[in-house]
Design a protein around this ligand. Sequence first.
Ligand code: PEP
Ligand code: MN
Length: 338
Amino acid sequence: MIVVMKAGATEVEVAAVIDRIKDLGFTPHVSQGVERCVIGCIGDERTKPRLQSLEAMAGVESIVPILKPYKLASRQVKTGRTVLNVDGVQVGGDHVVVAAGPCSVETRQQVMETAVAVQAAGARLLRGGAFKPRSSPYSFQGMGEDGLKLLVEARAITGLPIVTEVMAPEDVDLVGSYADVLQIGTRNAQNFPLLKRVGKTTKPVFLKRGMSSTIQEFLMAAEYILSEGNPNVILCERGIRTFETMTRFTLDLSAVPVLKEESHLPVFVDPSHSSGHWRYVTPMALAAIAAGADGLLVEVHPRPAEALCDGPQALKPDTFQAMMDTLVKVAEATGRKA
Ligand code: PEP
Ligand code: MN
């Protein structure tokens, strides 16, 4: 249920309603709009008729049911958009934000070189995997904690906050002690214990769409995180499985306007994993921004031929720079800055 407060409701009235919601056994999620305050009530569906009694309280305009299954992620509970502050980088605001870096952390030299190059080109976040979800157990699995330490060194040099993947609930504290943003990969998009675990932190979570998840399932994955109390979620469309074989996955760009309409959360696009080939990365990156994405996740490697993971889709620093130069124009054309 959503409690819609009257436009002129006082703070005291809002506080009284919040207390009553708690007394009835529900968790209130307050969204203060420009005009009015809206309070989402999350709890046992079976007892929600009890909330109807709130209608009699001072300052309450109406009680309306939340019709979407993804309640906290939906625009019904929060009409304005969510802008996250990642160590000074505003995500979901008027600036398009690009997270860039290697697929996996491989060596100090590789990480530092990439970090310095992407920062110079205008990236605002540094990506890099230390725990890698590989399809084969015989492939390079990532450097683990040593890789996280290299990312921290790169952050110290460039000032770029770090986005890195966490694969298991038991690693969340370790990865969270180094990372600024916790990435949940496509293969874990419906790993509910992991989603709940990152939901218990306050770190921003970069949630990739499952490669075979519908948009509704994607939003329900976000709901798992939000419902545990962490409001800091970034959605990322990264391509879905289709019958097409000329690209690694099929980038579902229509997910961008759909997600923006359904949810208040920032929406990113990953043109690297979706296309699987560096030559398709720039066109799809530009298309994503034109479609309204709040940011991008792009893989960059100084020597893609030597990459231990995802080399074919990595941009070299000069190509990344060229992409960023054009991106500025597309962002401006769509009313944003880059
Ligand atoms: C990655 O970002 O390196 C990655 C493994 O992405 P995805 O989970 O989308 O495949
Ligand atoms: Mn990768």
